[in-house]
Ligand binder design. Structure first.
Ligand SMILES: Cc1ncc(COP(=O)(O)O)c(C=O)c1O
Length: 455
């Protein structure tokens, strides 16, 4: 293992360096301008304005160089401004920027679908349709499943997050901030318990947790009415909940028997994030449909639904699409991102990140009673914070730790139904030294804040 995972991509010094307080004066000025014209509904995790970002660092307008443990919420898996992505985008933008694939098609779109057919789980015939955002992909996966099955019910899970459009708000579990005041929501959505090993009764196996969920589906929905079961193989915004082994295969198997479409939402987990191309790979689960976005295109907006050719083709011609879906610049970026992941073995890099982070965070847990759980896979790692001696969520502490990390120049994010999860999503190209330094900062924040109540 070397610190030079991808040194050639780093056109900015890969260091943490603070030259002002965080946020600095120029960021504060920009925050004031923002407040005047940007809707308050759009939130900000860390009020620093970015000037440049490469590899594992983000440099702000005051010249502070921050270590990125967020990747723009699991997007820049290949690092910010990855060289192949920059080159591909520049070439594409100079050639043509848009024609609309539904009007006059272009090769990049087809090539992305070919890659998706190769990379997503299963060796059956697959087809894809491309969209702009994760939520749009999820909406379309539901459309396809309903059209293919002639059924309407969609089963989703506690703690799920699938987006902010009307249908995906209904599919998402958490009310505040995602749903509050935005109803009425779409109908025919049924929510069942997730396998959440930290919060389930001790010893509940994956197959038992699946049986618990499926019993509700059978009694309250009726297997024959289920168009699709939609699940994140590791939940993202819900707090990086990794289901117990056996849970996903049992759900997939039930879908197969019930004639329901098993949709894996791999929008946050996909593209090497968890140490495999897709999180479903870890247990050999083969979904009927997979939704992808985020990491697919190195920061450009692109999303996809990929699945069994016969399901994808159940929709009438013209039933899927959109003006920008599969934009040529985004497709060029996706092909370059995928190439980068393949050439640099970023799945392996994600596993090494997990191998570095998990032992250190587990050691921190040993001396920190407020850390209830350390979990995750690959470069998708979280700690869940609780009041010592209980499993009562401590969102306040998660916020204090996150702010302390930000002040010291490390970008971290929070998550979780109860807001009490600190999550880490480093770019997969981050150097080991930089990662180690970020962990030093995280540990110091815990040592300062997690042992002094109310600080
Ligand atoms: C699992 C999952 N599904 C769907 C979405 C929605 O994606 P987007 O924000 O691109 O609409 C997200 C975004 O965080 C996600 O993590």
């Amino acid at each position: 293992m070397t610190d030079l995972l991808v040194p050639s991509t780093a056109t900015l010094p890969q260091v943490r360096r603070l030259v002002t307080e965080v946020p600095g004066p120029r960021s504060r000025e920009l925050m004031a301008r923002r407040a005047a014209v940007v809707a308050t509904g759009v939130s900000t995790t860390l009020p620093v304005f970015v000037e440049r970002a490469t590899g594992g660092v983000v440099v702000d307008v005051d010249g502070n160089s921050l270590i990125d443990l967020g990747s723009g919420i699991a997007v820049v898996n290949v690092g910010n401004s990855a060289p192949l992505v920059v080159e591909a985008v520049q070439q594409q933008v100079a050639a043509f920027t848009h024609t609309c694939f539904m009007v006059t098609p272009y090769e990049g779109y087809v090539a992305v679908c070919e890659e998706l057919a190769r990379l997503t789980p299963g060796d059956h015939a697959k087809k894809s349709a491309l969209f702009n955002s994760g939520a749009e992909a999820v909406e379309n996966a539901v459309k396809i499943a309903r059209s293919a099955t002639g059924r309407q019910a969609v089963v989703v899970f506690d703690h799920a997050y699938h987006g902010r459009t009307n249908l995906t708000m209904a599919l998402t579990a958490k009310n505040m901030p995602y749903k509050q005041g935005f109803g009425p929501f779409a109908s025919e959505i049924y929510r069942v318990p997730m396998s959440y090993p930290y919060r389930d009764q001790p010893g509940l196996t994956g197959t038992e947790a699946a049986a618990r969920a499926l019993a509700l589906v059978e009694t309250q929905v009726g297997a024959g009415n289920v168009a699709a079961v939609l699940i994140e193989p590791i939940q993202g915004e819900g707090g990086f909940v990794v289901p117990a082994e056996g849970f996903l295969p049992a759900i997939a198997q039930w879908c197969h028997q019930a004639g329901a479409v098993f949709i894996a939402d791999e929008i946050q987990t996909g593209f090497c994030r968890t140490g495999d191309w897709f999180a479903c790979d870890a247990e050999g689960v083969v979904p009927d449909l997979v939704t992808t976005a985020k990491g697919i295109a190195g920061g450009l907006p692109l999303a996809a639904v990929t699945g069994r050719a016969e399901l994808m083709d159940a929709v009438h011609t013209g039933g899927l699409g959109g003006t920008y879906g599969g934009n040529p610049v985004a497709c060029a970026a996706a092909l370059a991102s995928i190439e980068t992941m393949r050439v640099q073995d970023l799945a392996g890099a994600a596993r090494r990140i997990g191998d570095t982070m998990l032992p250190r965070l587990r050691a921190l847990q040993e001396r920190t009673p407020a850390i209830g759980d350390v979990r995750g896979r690959g470069a998708m790692i979280a700690v869940e914070l609780v009041r010592p001696g209980t499993t009562d969520p401590d969102a306040g502490l998660a916020g204090r730790i996150a702010r302390a990390c930000h002040a010291e120049g490390v970008v971290v994010l929070t998550a979780g139904t109860y807001g009490n999860v600190l999550r880490f999503l480093p770019p997969l190209v981050i150097g080991q030294e930089l990662l180690a330094e970020a962990l030093d900062v995280v540990e110091a924040a815990f040592d300062t804040y997690a042992h002094s109540p109310g600080s």
